[in-house]
Design a protein. Sequence first.
Length: 452
Amino acid sequence: MDAALKQKILAYNAQVPRYTSYPTAPHFNEMDAAGYVPWLQTLDAAAGAVSVYIHVPFCTEMCWYCGCHTTATKRYAPVEDYVSLLLREMKMVAAQLPARLSVSHIHFGGGSPSMLHPEDFTRIMQTLRALFDVTADAEIAIEADPRGITHDRAENYAAMGVNRASFGIQDFSPAVQAAINRPQSYDVVARAAEKLRAFGINKLNFDLMYGLPRQMLGDAAETARLAMTLSPQRVALFGYAHVPWMKKHMRLIKDEDLPDAGLRLDQFAAAEEVMLAAGMAAVGLDHFCMAGDDMIAARDGKKLARNFQGYTTDSAPVLLGFGLSSIGRLPQGFVQNAAHITAYSEAVLAGQMPAARGCEINAEDSLRGEIISDLMCYLAADVGAILGAHGRSAGDFDDVIAGLSGLCADGLAVIDGRRVSVLPEARQMVRVLAARFDAYFTDAPKRHVQAA
Ligand code: SF4
């Protein structure tokens, strides 16, 4: 990365949210079934298909960089018990709906949903199909640990309609893998991709990371190069967020092994260069897609959305979340399930919806959320037009826009009338810009992660 540009980005580097929702999850309040059930009861089948997210909070081993809600277990019994709870929760939610709903997207996240034995994955899919009308062209996606992809699992996914899988790769360097406790060779990933493709599951997403302990500049580029040889359809290039005060296992990563912010920027730029040269197009803050991918069309057609998994082409207005810590989105707002297994299982076994937190969205949230979503998806937002569409005066955020003049003077952002944008080469700054429109944002230390 150009040294002058890097210095300018670093001058504005700050701890800011990732903006996978607005308001962001730390601003959710206490909320229980009594708050959630009336929302479910107003859902209208005529409003179109909904999306479903299913969280599987188990992994066979803990990766030290992990920021997910998950627990390591060598035994399968807790996973099997959890599946029974999930099925009960799904039935409880479906019983509250005023009509049978269509489902156009199903996403299995975690944790490692690929830990599920084929018979349990089948039970979940069969229950979903019994409770909802899963559309013929539904996207059914699973986050998969390549190390756990067997012939039987691949066959089971295909039989259950899975048509997209994402692999956590992070970095292929053995030194980095040792420093994050995720040993996983290129051959393991290649074989997992081969197994899924043999059963027709061709839409493969890879997650790569920069900013990892002991990761050199060359590692990020070489990992991207090796990833390209496996022809993924999409790549998400995430920055490692070191938050040992929130995730205790991150204490196993030594601070002195972490690259500094300048090297992180160089790592992103090096991996990006490899992927662009391989024919991928950049989307949003950190995604890359092969030509022809529908995410590029969604970006160009202003239909891209952002959810808790990152960028998505899923435009369904309703997301039903199932499982521990899962977050749902309804027209009224967000709802999150209990994040501890004891609270989750006690509620489900008592026949109660396990909702624990949530946030009702008001008109101001909706307005600011649209500006922030446009910034995150397109690196630009026409603030005046969005204000007008919400029945507000076009000049209502002129003070916020004026506050961006420093970023513009430094060549990182552009103000054109009331349209604000970030230059693609300074895309890390988009979260900094978004935070200026966030009414809840406070720069309390250790609350968020660095933008760069
Ligand atoms: S496999 Fe994924 S979810 Fe599980 S510990 Fe590793 S990073 Fe976290």
